[in-house]
Design a protein around this ligand. Structure first.
Ligand SMILES: N[C@@H](CCC(=O)N[C@@H](CS)C(=O)NCC(=O)O)C(=O)O
Length: 219
């Protein structure tokens, strides 16, 4: 049994996508951000801070998306999606796995401000502006790091699923127009059959209610 604790179009998409790349369709336990189910024993025993993703697999449970992807790559090396110590792309691969969360944490702050705060709580225009600028900085940096067809010179890897999920979410806050290289990388990722398989399992995204969220004018 392989069971994924999952929020549709959340960071657990990374895991669903890599599993699809490996030809594996997990059982899915679905959650919604902000609901009590995320703080109940079912998830808390798999992921102690009540975050998704967590993956039950091979008789163990793993949480943190980067750790799960790395575990999948190491336990199923024949797919060639990891980069082992000694590989020429190893350091760049490790950087990407961490950098993806630098970017995702900015997206998370923007999601919180734009989507999840409820009155009387109010989004902070200054925080939104700062995080939008910082997100744009990470996108500019990523644009400069893409080696060719995929992030690493040696081809598709778990780093692409880590980073690729961000490229689903980031354009709601920062348009990719200044970076055609980044846009075409994202187009190539979305064209992969496994990405499309994962997207079909997800169904339409219900996270964002607008195509684009502007920085408030008083930010
Ligand atoms: N670094 C963690 C972050 C996990 C995380 O924060 N996931 C979000 C959804 S994308 C979550 O579970 N949020 C629920 C909450 O904050 O209560 C990872 O990559 O797995």
């Amino acid at each position: 049994m392989i069971r994924l604790h999952h929020v549709p179009w959340g960071r657990s998409f990374r895991v669903l996508w890599l599993l699809q790349e490996m030809g594996i369709t997990p059982e899915i336990e679905r959650y919604q951000i902000g609901t009590k189910k995320m703080r109940q024993p079912g998830l808390m025993k798999s992921s102690p801070a009540g975050r998704i993703p967590a993956l039950e697999i091979d008789g163990i449970t793993v949480f943190e998306s980067a750790a799960i992807l790395q575990y999948l790559c190491e336990s199923r090396p024949h797919h060639g999606f990891g980069r082992a110590p000694g590989h020429a792309d190893r350091v760049t691969y490790l950087e990407a796995m961490g950098f993806a969360e630098t970017m995702a944490s900015l997206i998370e702050q923007l999601n919180l401000n734009h989507l999840f705060l409820r009155p009387p709580a109010k989004p902070s225009p200054a925080v939104v502006k700062l995080n939008t600028l910082r997100l744009a900085d990470t996108l500019r940096a990523l644009d400069g790091m893409i080696a060719g067809e995929y992030f690493l010179p040696s081809g598709f890897s778990a780093a692409d699923t880590m980073l690729g999920f961000n490229l689903f979410a980031a354009p709601y806050y920062v348009k990719l127009d200044p970076w055609p290289n980044l846009q075409s990388y994202w187009d190539r990722l979305q064209a992969r059959p496994a990405f499309q398989g994962a997207a079909a399992i997800e169904g339409p995204q219900e996270f964002y209610r607008k195509d684009f969220y502007e920085v408030p004018s008083d930010g």
